[in-house]
Design a protein around this ligand. Sequence first.
Ligand code: BEZ
Length: 212
Amino acid sequence: MAIQLGDAAPDFTAETTQGTIRFHEWLGDSWGVLFSHPKDFTPVCTTELGMVAKLKPEFDRRNVKVIGLSVDPVDSHERWESDIAETQGTAVNFPMIGDADRAVSNLYGMIHPNANDTLTVRSVFVVGPDKKVKLTVTYPASTGRNFDEVLRVIDSLQLTAQYAVATPVNWTDGEDVIIAASVSDDDAKVRFPGGWKAPKPYLRIVPQPNRA
Ligand code: BEZ
């Protein structure tokens, strides 16, 4: 069965471009992003890895560790990384799992046989500090991901883990949020003493709590 939101993120030990990593131990108290790409030395993947490397300071700022994976071995990743540095203008600055035996790919359901029975699809798993899966996204090989969107979702996940709010469509950090439907009006008066706008009783809008 596919990994679902709220499931424990399976632990594993893997060889990476930064040595052997025990996933849960490596995560420590951080959030994590585990993402797969189909194949080394391919064009879309080259652009994706370059972008993740450029965004590393943004992941760091959010206390998020990033780790990539494909079914190519570590020595292939290492050879490819010089092409990424050359063409994308940045060194790969996060570990890449060499999953030649597909152990992690199979554990996380990253191989979708009806798309390709040997290569991983473009999976993203966001893992919380409690080691539970908070987000899963799957893209086909032909479509590069938007890692700004991954950061945007992490902002929402981290905010909604701390406050009884939800984030509306296309929300970005700093914008107004919605009081969670599970919060009664009486409870909301305590949690949001500044009040809220309610164009409908079920649509209660407040400034982002940690920005107000
Ligand atoms: C790519 O990264 O461009 C790619 C990888 C595998 C299949 C198709 C495209």
